[in-house]
Design a protein around this ligand. Sequence first.
Ligand code: SF4
Length: 694
Amino acid sequence: LIAMGQAEHSVVTTCAYCGVGCSFRAEMKGEEVVRMVPNKDGHANHGHSCVKGRFAIGYATHSDRITKPMIRARITDPWREVSWDEAIAYAASEFKRIQAKYGRDAIGGITSSRCTNEETYLVQKLVRAGFGNNNVDTCARVCHSPTGYGLKQTLGESAGTQNFDSVMQADVIMVIGANPTDGHPVFGSQMKRRLREGARLIVADPRRIDLVRTPHVKAEHHLKLRPGTNVALINALAHVIVTEGLVQEDFVRERCDMESFDKWRNFVADARHSPESTESITGVPAATMRAAARLYATGGNAAIYYGLGVTEHSQGSTMVMGIANLAMATGNVGREGVGVNPLRGQNNVQGSCDMGSFPHEFPGYRHVSDQSTRDLLQQAWGVNLLDEPGLRIPNMFEAALDGEFMGLYIEGEDIAQSDPNTQHVTAALTAMECIVVQDLFLNESAKFAHVFLPGSSFMEKDGTFTNAERRISRVRKVMKPKSGYADWEITQLLANAMGYPMNYAHPGEIMDEIARLTPTFQNVSYRRIDELGSIQWPCNDEHPLGTPTMHVDAFVRGKGRFMVTEYVPTQEKVNARFPLILTTGRILSQYNVGAQTRRTDNVHWHAEDRLEIHAADAEARGIVDGDWVGVASRAGETVLRSRITDRVQPGVVYTTFHFPESGANVITTDNSDWATNCPEYKVTAVEVTRVSQP
Ligand code: SF4
């Protein structure tokens, strides 16, 4: 996949996979990429990379790439290659027809964390200004939307508090529902370096991830909780901190809202939240919970890193707030080595949220009901903007099934594979009259599309990505777009065809507009990023060089606000028919739905998803290692091969979700976070049976 030869020049760009956002040098010979070399000056990776980023060129140049626009009147028709003019005109005329027939709100758009900031900004602008509604959403809906909600409620900003290098100042590291060595490998290595230097480790995860026990690193406490009991666990840790006098009273008095603190303290102090009362819920021994809480509160600088094992639950937002409560109560916010750090799964999930791709928020997390922001944007964009939130992705599906939502523009997201309860999703997609998919490959969603617009890989365009530490880095064009257009140009073509003019000559102009209209991006420009190498927002007159650590002297919202976090058991119950809990995660060599990594050399390391099952559960079902097994839930059924392992506890099974054949989302359910509708991917009641090879 990597052409060998002598490089003549190189271009510095940013990896398009995970939220670490490693900087790479694409070494070039003429217009050909010779090799991808991690950039030693990269602020997020300091010259390191993982097996995903190194081989990413494989998917960008893969023969499966679609390079010509295509249309079809019905999804049962064969695709017909057409010119760009015809494809764009057809998409626009269909969207206009649908709006004329069903109303202004009958169409919408979905953007993705695979898009650059500039592309995401344009998609939400197209929807708000061109479609005339707020029906825009992003794939963050299904991963970190609870982070945005929970951190805004408590700390005042929908983002992590630290830079990655801050971990080197941590004395205690608590990893909750994340698997950094697989999901965020370069940061995982940095964390391991700090642990080898002597930092102490607490892991809260139903599964024994590598960090729990790996050469020279051992977790002092592994809180091996039952899936779905996060909030009971965090309340138990808080109970110990409050009742054993471990609260940093000075910090709380000076920095936090005392009324909310008193309410929270009284709540968690109640005996029903004690480790002894909750151990039957979490499955974690009370003594382990007590010891972990004491270590977190008294071990020096304590930093929490968390992932989708926190957010993808029916109480995802509650748990994010519970984590923020714990950090505030112990004074672990606002300096190096501490903080609340969401490990964002995708390269630009932070950026896609920052750019206003949620139906309720404009760029910079300003609510659509905020009059002054609307005035600013209306003047800049020359349109009237709605003050009511639009439809979230699950609402779009419901409205489609009700015959009220009939047209969808999807850029870079494969909702048919990545969203839960596949049967429900495909029924909704089938009900729509025009779906426009803009992507590199004919993905699962394209099966339901009427227009396919061939998109551009990160190698073929300019722009920026924002990683998990709020770091904005440049994406630089290495090769010409294979389809003739970069994604931002395609969105612009569609906007013009819809009658809303967009005339940007370069993505740098889009960033200039973002900076003009978004206070946290006020001083961001391509020139400034080139000068500094990368910038962590907020970057404005107050923080002209960016902000590595947030909430230093005061919380963004002023006083930190404690939130009461009542534990509410999930609706997803085990019973005699579905006695096991399925939970999901990632593996090092593959990335999310695998559309990219399956088309690289990475398939040599991981070529299929397997179901991990404990030996006791396997034996009870007559399953031996490598057997094909049927996995049935209330939503559906799929078939996988088994792997018998003690990484999972009895009663819990686990799979990755990188291959469409594994059908992980055929079995996940419609349950979702109460505040954000983030799906409850991490808890599905299932039964597993031995089957013959499919
Ligand atoms: Fe870095 Fe993540 Fe890309 Fe690996 S996948 S090279 S850790 S950004």
